[in-house]
Write a protein that binds this ligand. Sequence first.
Ligand code: ACO
Length: 371
Amino acid sequence: MVKTKGLEGVVATTSSVSSIVDDVLTYRGYSIDDLAEYTDFEEVIYLLWYGKLPSLKQLAAFRNELNENVSLPSELIAQLKSFPIKNIHPMAVLRTCVSALALYDKEADDTDDQANLRKAIRLQAKIPAIIAAYARICEGKEPIIPEVPLSFSANFLYMLKGSIPDQTSEAAFNKALVLHADHELNASTFTSRVCVATLSDMYSGITAAIGALKGPLHGGANERVMKMLSEIDGIDFVEPYLQRAFANKEKIMGFGHRVYKNGDPRAKHLREMSRLLTKVTGEGKWYNMSIKIEEIIRREKGLLPNVDFYSASVYHCLGIKHNLFTPIFAISRTSGWIAHILEQYENNRLIRPRAEYIGLKHQAYVPLAER
Ligand code: ACO
């Protein structure tokens, strides 16, 4: 048996969804550089699910379907309003609500291909609505859905803030969604595949994936990057902050990667977006501090930024609350999770690795009363 810590280097499945070869990331064979430059997120969702880019007509119909499925069951909104607000992370709310959504979907347990595609649309449309609704409820506001059809990215920003975003914000948010959409067999995607490989349903697969994304070593890192930037709060404090962190053997959030050793190809796009947005919003200090942090971590540890590092200042400049950064990652990654879930169903085999037993052996049973 092959033994490897954290399944490093193990090829656990074949996939046609996305690939990372020589530090180049592609979705269905298209470079993410091109997709980030030219596509709307809806096109990328379509590409991931159907394996090809949509025609104009297909895209219009797909957008329509997404827009028609945004609204949430009133029972779920009531439930959102009943959650205690203090100290609850929106990722925990999202995990709970996606699981609850299944209770209002008659097709929840139907794993027929067409039923799965209908659920895929519902999940992709409703996940942003859940996040926006909860964020508004936390601010004492009512959830809203747009009355006019908007793009996927504008739709979310509208549901969150109550006004149609300007073009710069919409384009930046769209690009961030495109860049986070899929990433081969990352931890949350693997989780979703393990879950549905038991022939469990799509809601279970997405709920499990949200749980995995929540952790700080995965999607939870972006929020912690902003926490670090806020704690440092000035370019002169970067070096002492990092030296202290190194001395305490702390991990610096937003750096390092299991697969990329020469840099995450998504980071350069987010770095540039961070540069532009911090300039437009007059918040250049976040970008300047980020650049300095990048220089020092590269010099001292030889580590490079991953997707989570510059996305933090990008989302901050879009006026998004810091605890929504990871839920936003989930909005985008839902598209990839679903593509992988569909692929898993298509050619399924139970995923069940082995563990090497290193515990005690030959224990003599002691009756309860004698322990
Ligand atoms: N800061 C400081 N040291 C680090 C970091 C970091 N961010 N990342 C790795 N290292 C060090 C480790 O301490 C370890 O050193 P050691 O060998 O002296 O003990 C060595 O590099 C290898 O690190 P591992 O954690 O074993 O590498 P692994 O491949 O398991 O982890 C991971 C990858 C989890 C991303 C790691 O780099 C990390 O924890 N980064 C910070 C969290 C983060 O940014 N997560 C988001 C990743 S991208 C995503 O999931 C969307």
